[in-house]
Design a protein around this ligand. Structure first.
Ligand SMILES: [Zn+2]
Length: 364
């Protein structure tokens, strides 16, 4: 029997004993088949915990055996709405496994443009019920998913669809939608564009390899790591940050066989820097202030409260903490000198890429 945990208790008329009382809503991992594939998902169900209820009441034959099976079955029950939630959660588990947007992400995307389900379907030139179906249990095809994803990330793409399908809306509505899209372009469109610059620097590393630590570039994760460090180091400047990013990825690789952010690093004069470090700084979600000196620009990093820290797992924060502890009392120059003594640095030359396999010899 799968382990379950208590989700909450609610007061309802219990269909098991027909009495109003507190019943438990519990969660366990279950599996189901979707499109011929076995999918694991979190299943919710209710349990009648009314001890006064005697489940043997209706049993007349074979009392012992009957009692045991009935006890267990009778105490557990589901409602129609809980069944729907479970189907949705199984569908979303399938979507995650296949890298498709979840129903919730589709809702969020649509709402970010202030559109109803029918309006969103019209904008995309789809059948009017299509969006409603995808926001519930129907799983979108990859081609539809690609379009939804482009609209989600890039308001420019949404504007293009409005140019094409705008005649499906009344004039005033069309104007309203356009205004909303342009607002969204101002807020998150630039984030999308800044990400594209960094992503294009990584287009040469499309598959997991020894150079990216067997993980593809994950910008959400990268932004969380930067914000995590910035929150805990009072004066975090570029050289320190870049070298600490390498230690985070290298230690992650050493301990669990994968880098954390999927970044590719190179041997540089001031230590080990990721490829695209200038476009990294330009990411909208990286909170950086620049100080112009006579001849150089200093970049100081601050935490960004808009960054989702739940991107980081417990294992990952443990790794980041270990690095913070180790380098707490190092000055920026100490850190550079220290990293220059790493095998990964000494066995490579200027601008050469550093394979993660060299981090196995990293000093403890
Ligand atoms: Zn009950």
């Amino acid at each position: 029997m799968a382990r379950s945990s208590l989700f909450k208790t609610i007061h309802i008329e219990c269909p098991v004993c027909n009495i109003f009382h507190q019943v438990e809503e519990r969660v366990r991992m279950s599996s189901t088949i979707i499109k011929g594939e076995k999918i694991f998902y979190e299943e919710h169900y209710f349990v009648c915990t009314n001890n006064n209820f005697d489940s043997t009441m209706e049993v007349d034959e074979n009392p012992e055996k009957e009692k045991q099976t009935k006890d267990r079955k009778k105490q557990e029950f589901k409602t129609e709405s809980l069944d729907n939630t479970n189907l949705l959660s199984a569908g979303n588990a399938y979507r995650k496994m296949h890298n498709l947007l979840t129903s919730g992400e589709i809702v969020d995307t649509r709402e970010s443009y202030g559109l109803t389900q029918v309006e969103f379907a019209r904008l995309l030139g789809w059948g009017e019920a299509t969006v409603a179906r995808y926001e519930s249990r129907a799983i979108q095809d990859e081609a539809y998913d690609t379009i939804l994803r482009m609209i989600k990330e890039n308001p420019l793409m949404a504007l293009r669809f409005l140019d094409r399908n705008g005649d499906r809306f009344p004039e005033t509505k069309r104007m309203q939608i356009r205004v909303r899209m342009i607002e969204k372009l101002d807020s998150c469109g630039r984030e999308f564009l800044s990400r594209q610059v960094l992503e294009s620097a990584y287009a040469k590393f499309p598959v997991p390899s020894d150079f990216n630590g067997y993980r593809l570039l994950d910008i959400d994760k990268l932004e969380s790591v930067v914000s995590y460090f910035a929150e805990r180091i009072t004066e975090l400047y570029k050289v320190r940050l870049m070298n600490m990013l390498w230690y985070a990825d290298a230690l992650s690789f050493k301990m669990q066989g994968n880098s954390m952010t999927g970044m590719v690093y190179r041997h540089e004069r001031m230590g080990i820097f990721p490829i695209g470090h200038d476009s990294l700084i330009a990411l909208r979600n990286i909170n950086v202030h620049t100080e112009e000196d006579f001849e150089t620009t200093k970049y100081q990093f601050y935490p960004n409260s808009a960054v989702d820290m739940s991107e980081l797992s417990k294992n990952e924060t443990d790794i980041l903490e270990a690095i913070l502890t180790k380098f707490r009392n190092f000055s920026d120059m100490n850190l550079v000198e220290y990293i220059q003594e790493e095998t990964a640095y000494k066995q490579t030359s200027q601008h050469e890429m550093i394979p993660y396999s060299l981090t196995r010899k990293m000093r403890g």
